[in-house]
Design a binder for this molecule. Structure first.
Ligand code: DX5
Ligand code: ZN
Length: 230
């Protein structure tokens, strides 16, 4: 199993965002997780396509755009043009889920659905062929720094079983990402429950002294060491 770590720049220093992106990838992160909030679908307001475009030259690592916006479709092509590699959205925020997945893929990006803690997994059942990733929220979306909801572990096992059955039938892979409250002390348990891709915001960007360009090396190393034991 290949594991990917995707630090969420929501917890980065926004005054030095380009540097933060470059430093966290140089410290061993795999992807950049990019949280888009609209103060409508979720009660917070963050960053949009302009910021995605601005950080795009700072790294060649995939940018994983997590849309917490409603409606979804209008903004998808803008993120594709801004250099997003993966675009995920919440099924409750789209009137036509299959169409939105198709729109993301037609824009040249990989597509995924995001499941809130109370959202049932069967939203994925009839669109598996259009999914490149499934993202389970282990907190309610809107803020960094919340605690991991333990019930997500059973839901991860359920999602893993659905994805494995689909892969066995078709040979096609779908990634399983987890987002919210991922830390050094719970990442191994989360991996054992079936996740292969891990968003970590406060755990990564909260680490180390601001003046040290290598400050993310040690926390990313600890996350990797925990994963190596799985
Ligand atoms: C929450 C966001 C998360 C958040 C994770 O709505 O989707 O990506 O930044 O932050 P931590 O890792 O601090 O829970
Ligand atoms: Zn996110």
């Amino acid at each position: 199993m290949t594991f990917r770590i995707a630090p969420s720049i929501l917890s980065a220093n926004f005054a030095k965002l380009g540097e933060e992106v470059a430093n966290v990838i140089a410290s061993g992160a795999d992807w950049i997780h990019f949280d888009v909030m609209d103060n409508h679908y979720v009660p917070n307001l963050t960053i949009g396509p302009l910021v995605c475009e601005a950080i795009r030259p700072c790294t060649t690592a995939p940018i994983d755009v997590h849309l917490m916006v409603k409606p979804v479709d209008r903004i998808v092509p803008d993120f594709a043009k801004a250099g997003a590699n993966i675009i995920t959205f919440h099924p409750e925020a789209s009137e036509h889920i299959d169409r939105t997945l198709g729109l993301i893929r037609d824009s040249g990006c990989q597509a995924g659905l995001v499941f809130n803690p109370a959202t049932p997994l069967n939203w994925m059942d009839h669109v598996m062929d259009k999914l490149d990733m499934v993202l389970l929220m282990s907190v309610n979306p809107g803020f960094g720094g919340q605690s991991f909801i333990p019930g997500t572990l059973d839901k991860l096992r359920e999602a893993r079983a659905k994805i494995d059955a689909y892969t066995a039938r078709t040979g096609r892979q779908i990634l399983l990402e987890i987002d919210g409250g991922v830390k050094v002390d719970n990442i191994a348990e989360i991996a054992r429950a079936g996740a292969d891709t891990f968003v970590a915001g406060s755990a990564v960007f909260g680490a180390g002294k601001d003046s040290d360009p290598q400050r993310y090396n040690s926390v990313l190393g600890e996350l990797r060491t925990a994963l190596a034991g799985v």
